[in-house]
Design a protein around this ligand. Structure first.
Ligand SMILES: Cc1cc2nc3c(=O)[nH]c(=O)nc-3n(C[C@H](O)[C@H](O)[C@H](O)COP(=O)(O)OP(=O)(O)OC[C@H]3O[C@@H](n4cnc5c(N)ncnc54)[C@H](O)[C@@H]3O)c2cc1C
Length: 336
């Protein structure tokens, strides 16, 4: 029997005293996965604190195609960057999930794995046991791979290596190729082949060179999002779990796990007095622990929707060739 309690929208709760083995702050991708795994030990009690709502019944979450409709809503923390000096002082929005499932509830559902060299570098940098071999085994364990359908394989010539995939985990992966765009099989793949690019048989094995097929975290039977809620939480949710909340004044935890995302976790640490003393003092927070890396060294992935081409010397304008092929295809599609 599991002892897993979920408190959502914690800001609205007046809490009565309770002690737990694990208090997990943030019921997002990491928090829910950890909570469910830790609660497999029936002798341990786990509580998850989530600032957002449950998101239950929200079609913008379940339908991956509507994921961007969550931006600017209560399901999004609605962060903004400071004015960007090199971007005409524009202020950029930074969407972050504020709902059970966190980013996994509002993201684009694109599934990619890192390169084996990157994972091995983690161990070289000191994270003992974190290497390609151990991570590959872990991601396969978390995966429920739905092999591409026969039409996808036949029409698109999709290739995949079953050895790179798990079939019994909570994260569902499927190829949503044929029903997304006819442009892909009709133009993109033949063009890449004609240009001599060797397709990558399956990029889920730690090597990424060459174009390959990208899977989405979508359950193929219902075409709905597979995320931390559907994959981890709901299968084990019981009446004990309490999205309605209980009345507790003080919360004690033998272990506190902060999984409130890259942006919110350092904020919680800093508000608790853990961080760079210069930053903390500048905003009137007493320093409890001098830990200068907190809130520093953020790396983010800029998004670009453009495509660029590196031209070989002496060749024709490949850009124009592709542009005309696409325009031709689109015109024919519009006529048909
Ligand atoms: C718009 C968008 C698109 C993305 N697209 C993709 C994609 O296509 N493929 C991909 O692999 N990844 C994608 N990502 C990234 C992916 O979603 C994140 O890497 C992942 O969700 C991070 O997991 P996490 O547990 O660290 O944080 P999150 O999943 O963000 O979870 C953090 C949780 O903590 C809660 N929280 C925060 N502060 C508090 C607090 N003080 N008290 C209580 N709870 C709190 C939040 O509400 C949230 O639910 C995308 C992310 C975004 C935002």
């Amino acid at each position: 029997m599991r002892f897993l309690i979920l408190l959502v929208t914690i800001a609205y709760f007046a809490l009565a005293a309770a002690s737990f083995d694990y208090v997990i702050v943030g019921g997002g991708a990491t928090g829910l996965a950890l909570a469910v795994r830790l609660s497999e030990d029936s002798s341990k009690s786990v509580v998850v604190l989530e600032a957002g709502g449950t998101g239950f019944g929200n079609v913008n979450i379940t339908n991956l195609r509507l994921s961007r409709s969550n931006f600017g809503t209560p399901e999004d923390w609605q962060f903004v960057a400071v004015p960007q000096t090199h971007g005409g002082n524009r202020v950029q929005a930074q969407a972050q999930g504020r709902v059970l499932g966190g980013g996994s509830a509002i993201n684009s559902g694109m599934y990619t794995r890192g390169n084996e060299i990157e994972y091995d570098a983690l161990e070289t940098l000191g994270a003992k046991g974190w290497n390609w071999k151990s991570m590959f085994a872990a991601v396969k364990k978390s995966e429920r791979f739905f092999p591409p359908s026969t039409p996808d394989v036949q029409v698109l010539n999709v290739t995949f290596d079953p050895a790179f995939h798990g079939i019994a985990g909570p994260v569902a992966l499927s190829l949503q190729a044929l029903n997304i765009s006819r442009l892909f099989p009709a133009v993109v793949v033949p063009t890449l082949r004609a240009l001599g690019f060797e397709m990558n048989f399956d990029s889920n094995g730690g090597r990424h060179n060459g174009p390959s097929w990208n899977y989405l975290t979508v359950l193929p039977d219902t075409s709905t999002r597979s995320h931390a809620v559907s994959g981890y939480y709901l299968p084990v949710a019981s009446p004990l779990d309490n999205p309605g909340g209980s009345k507790v004044a003080t919360l004690n935890g033998a272990n506190i796990i902060l999984s409130a995302s890259t942006l919110n976790t350092p904020k919680i640490l800093e508000l608790s007095g853990v961080g760079d003393p210069n930053v903390l003092r500048s905003i009137g927070i007493d320093v409890q622990i001098d830990l200068q890396g907190v809130g520093a060294n953020l790396c983010n992935q800029p998004m670009s929707t453009g495509t660029s081409f590196l031209m070989r010397n002496g060749t024709v304008d490949v850009g124009n060739a592709i542009r005309s092929a696409i325009l031709d295809f689109l015109s024919r599609s519009l006529r048909s």
